[in-house]
Design a protein around this ligand. Structure first.
Ligand code: MRU
Length: 354
């Protein structure tokens, strides 16, 4: 099943869908500089853990491409500087550092290459990450589809679809695969305050694919579960700690609690690159705090009295014991704890620790 591709290389140029303009306008923007990529990631023009990893890898390539020098060694200090800058764009999704470090680790072995070979290698590594992401999402979708059946209704939060990866997505991938196999799956999408990724992006891409989707206010989710209409919850992840605790969009933890209270399975779908084996538990994950304006003046509309403060954590942590199963490209893992998670460690692509 085709979803929109969030990041593309066209005629040697990097293009992304500007997700801040959706659902009103589907517009691709060309990214020509590291500053532009940094801004695109920070302002969520490109967003979702796997997508920002791939975008940042292209950002590193753009930085190296535009640097002067005779050899890989000449370009290396510039690459380091660009990498650190891009990693700092957003702190929670580990895919950002993971993707950049995978480039760094490989390119560190090619310092004797000519500058042009070094630049070419940076580009082909970024392209590999992009292609691998598509394949990984297909595998997540195929494994996760086993958890769905014809006529099922599921709930999702934020956007963990094609727009959050290169294509297809993580939490939405099983829904796309099951639909393609002829099953009828219906989706309730939390609108996902404050930036509305659920209503702006999830509802957009599902309805575009012909999958029935109903938007609910975030606060309606427990009541909709109580009404018996939700058979499973599927969400993505920005970082999964070594013990299986899951950082994902703010509101995910509340959904997991409500799902447990109503005996509804709570599934997390994520590539193994989202697992951070260097972070022991969820309490060690840095949670991005975004601007008060996103809450007080959403989309430019003042919705609170002047002078009132807002607190705007972008993510929360769901403890592993509330996760029914983790769906990765390697299959479905139940009984999430540090021990079971360790079985995935060897399956991780061999890249540098971040
Ligand atoms: O702030 P965002 O929109 O980048 O947050 C995205 C999420 O929380 C997604 O659920 C997560 O990155 C998984 S995407 C496959």
């Amino acid at each position: 099943m085709q979803t929109l591709q969030s990041i593309e290389l066209r005629d040697g140029q990097v293009w992304i869908i500007d997700q801040t303009l959706l659902p009103g306008t589907l517009e691709h923007i060309r990214i020509d500089s590291v500053n532009q990529m940094f801004e695109a990631i920070q302002s969520l023009r490109v967003r979702g853990a796997p997508a920002i990893g791939v975008a940042a890898a292209f950002g590193v390539w753009i930085g190296v491409r535009d640097a002067a020098g005779q050899s890989g060694a000449d370009l290396w200090p510039h690459l380091e500087q660009v990498s650190e800058r891009l990693i700092s764009a957003r702190p929670t999704a580990v895919n950002l550092a993971w993707a950049i470090n995978s480039l760094r680790q490989d390119l560190a072995l090619h310092l004797d290459d000519s500058a042009s070979d070094f630049k070419g290698r940076a580009l082909s590594l970024a392209l590999d990450l992009m292609r691998n992401d598509v394949q990984t999402c297909i595998r997540i979708g195929e494994h996760g589809a086993a958890l769905l059946h014809d006529g099922m209704t599921v709930l999702t939060h934020c956007n963990a679809g094609g727009m959050a990866t290169v294509a297809l997505g993580t939490a939405l991938a099983p829904i796309y695969v099951a639909t393609q196999r002829g099953q009828h799956i219906e989706v309730f999408a939390d609108e996902t305050r404050p930036l509305m990724q659920g209503s702006r992006l999830t509802a957009y891409e599902l309805s575009r694919a012909g999958i029935p989707v109903t938007i609910i206010c975030d606060s309606a989710a427990p009541a909709v579960m109580q009404s018996g209409r939700i058979e499973a919850v599927f969400v993505g992840a920005d970082r999964v700690a070594a013990n299986g605790d899951v950082a994902n969009k703010i509101g995910t933890y509340g959904l997991a609690l409500a799902a447990r209270a109503h005996n509804i399975p709570f599934y997390v779908a994520a590539p193994i690159s989202t697992i951070d084996f260097n972070t022991a538990s969820g309490s060690d994950i840095v949670i991005e705090e975004r601007s008060e304006a996103e809450v007080l003046q959403p989309f430019g509309q003042q919705t609170a009295p002047e002078g009132v403060r807002a607190y705007n954590p972008a993510f929360d942590v769901t403890p592993a014991h509330l996760v029914t199963a983790l769906i990765t490209e390697q299959g479905i893992l139940r009984g999430i704890d540090a021990q079971s998670m360790a079985s995935l460690r060897s399956k991780r692509m061999p890249v540098a620790d971040h």
